[in-house]
Design a protein around this ligand. Structure first.
Ligand SMILES: Cc1cc2nc3c(=O)[nH]c(=O)nc-3n(C[C@H](O)[C@H](O)[C@H](O)COP(=O)(O)O)c2cc1C
Length: 411
């Protein structure tokens, strides 16, 4: 008879942090981390990371669509927990799971970008720096050289001068994968951000409620003192030598925006010789178009429910996109992924990997610097259990299970 804990601890690819069991005692799931983050963070910080467009309906739909996917197990085939290592774009990773790009995660937890990068490097899973993040390309290259992906938004002015300069910096810094985000053609309103005073208008003006929130959360305040004010680290140099945070915010609002057109994707394809991904597709015809331009990967995503609420959950679009793309590109998904079981659902429906955004922010909120590592540990543990339970001997084998998927979209 096998003891399941012993099997998990001995499983290949397991790179758990030394404090895993201590953290697991209080936060056995990512759902618990979300509750912990809400308790521990200043209110404005939690609202920025947790909120979606409108009344959060898109977020709820993403969760419900994943919850509705059922996997029919096969027994008698699974003597031990399976390894979950994968190859993505020619590199080995510890699991088919990565950190999705985020702009200003430092609002949720000061120093967030670097903490996420460090945890991803330690665990050997992909880390995607958001171009609107709080650390520079060069800083992250030093922290996470083996797992470094970079996301770009569109800077179209002067023939994409800033965008192409960022591409050069990425190349020099050893970024392995470049990810172009296509799903933000317009800015939309996230009501929870607006209500806490982060709603835009081109300036960051902490009001008394924000300051009171910071003071009430000592862990957050100490992290803030160690890391200084939030900043758009990659954009600041282009906003002028002495640009303040608000100068940079105004500059970014003016210069960064609109979705990449397919012509522009083709131009980036020309310039960037390493793997290129487009993020934010939901329609198989768009996936076909991306593949026809020589893109290497696609992230099926609705931006985690942060754009408009009427977008379908990516998990429901995934099978049609996988079917359209075949083996011509690597298809991944994000939006709503909150457990290793969700990752298993994505794999079963044909994804090569899943990314997560908010789960990592909840980890930071609940456990500070140790949070991202705990989120990765939970994902990997749960994924191994889920694959073991359904009788898949590897991430790839998850595709052969019988699936009930009531929301699957047919195009
Ligand atoms: C606070 C926050 C900021 C984000 N900023 C960006 C961004 O700058 N660029 C981008 O492509 N996606 C951004 N996203 C979307 C994520 O990359 C990802 O698609 C989404 O978080 C996945 O859904 P999940 O949060 O349910 O995991 C952001 C998400 C969050 C939560």
């Amino acid at each position: 008879m096998h003891d399941i804990t012993a099997i998990a601890a001995a499983s290949p690819g397991a790179t758990r942090s030394p404090n895993f069991l201590k953290h697991q005692r209080w936060f056995p799931t990512i759902y618990d981390l979300r509750r912990g983050a809400e308790r521990r963070l200043p209110h404005f910080a939690y609202e920025y990371g947790d909120g979606g467009a409108g009344a959060d309906t898109g977020i709820r739909h993403n969760w419900a669509a994943l919850d509705a996917v059922e996997l029919v197990p096969r027994y008698g085939v699974m003597p031990k927990l399976p390894p979950v290592e994968v190859e993505l774009f020619g590199r080995r990773y510890a699991a088919p799971l990565g950190v999705a790009p985020m702009g200003s995660p430092i609002v949720v937890w000061p120093g967030a970008d670097k903490l996420l990068a460090r945890a991803a490097q330690r665990a050997r899973v992909p880390y995607t720096l958001g171009v609107a993040g709080g650390a520079t390309i060069e800083e992250i290259a030093a922290i996470a050289p083996d797992v470094f992906w970079l996301q770009l938004y569109r800077f179209a002015k002067n023939e994409h001068a800033i965008g192409f300069e960022l591409v050069k910096r990425a190349e020099a810094a050893g970024v392995h994968v470049l990810m172009l985000t296509l799903d933000v053609p317009v800015r939309t309103v996230r009501s929870r951000e607006v209500k806490v005073g982060l709603g835009g208008g081109g300036a960051f003006k902490p009001d008394w409620r924000m300051v009171a929130g910071m003071v009430k959360c000592p862990g957050w305040a100490v992290a803030m003192l160690r890391n200084n004010l939030p900043r758009f680290a990659n954009i600041q140099p282009y906003a002028g030598p002495n640009a303040s945070l608000n100068d940079t915010i105004r500059f970014a609002r003016k210069e960064m925006g609109g979705a990449f057109s397919w012509d522009e994707v083709a131009r980036y394809r020309d310039r960037w010789k390493r793997p290129l991904i487009v993020k934010g597709l939901l329609h198989p015809a768009d996936a076909e178009k991306a593949v026809s331009l020589g893109v290497d990967g696609i992230v099926v995503s609705n931006h985690g429910g942060r754009q408009i609420e009427a977008l379908p959950p990516p998990i429901d679009c995934l099978p049609a996109i996988v079917n359209a793309v075949g083996n011509r590109a690597t298809v991944m998904m994000d939006s709503g992924v909150r457990s290793g079981t969700d990752v298993a659902r994505a794999l079963a429906l044909g994804a090569s990997a899943a990314l997560a955004g908010k789960a990592f922010l909840w980890g930071l909120g609940a456990l500070g610097s140790e949070g991202p590592g705990h989120v990765i540990d939970l994902f990997i543990d749960e994924l191994q259990s889920a694959l073991g339970q359904i009788g898949a001997q590897s991430p790839a084998e998850a595709r052969s299970v019988v699936i009930r998927h009531p929301g699957a979209l047919r195009f």
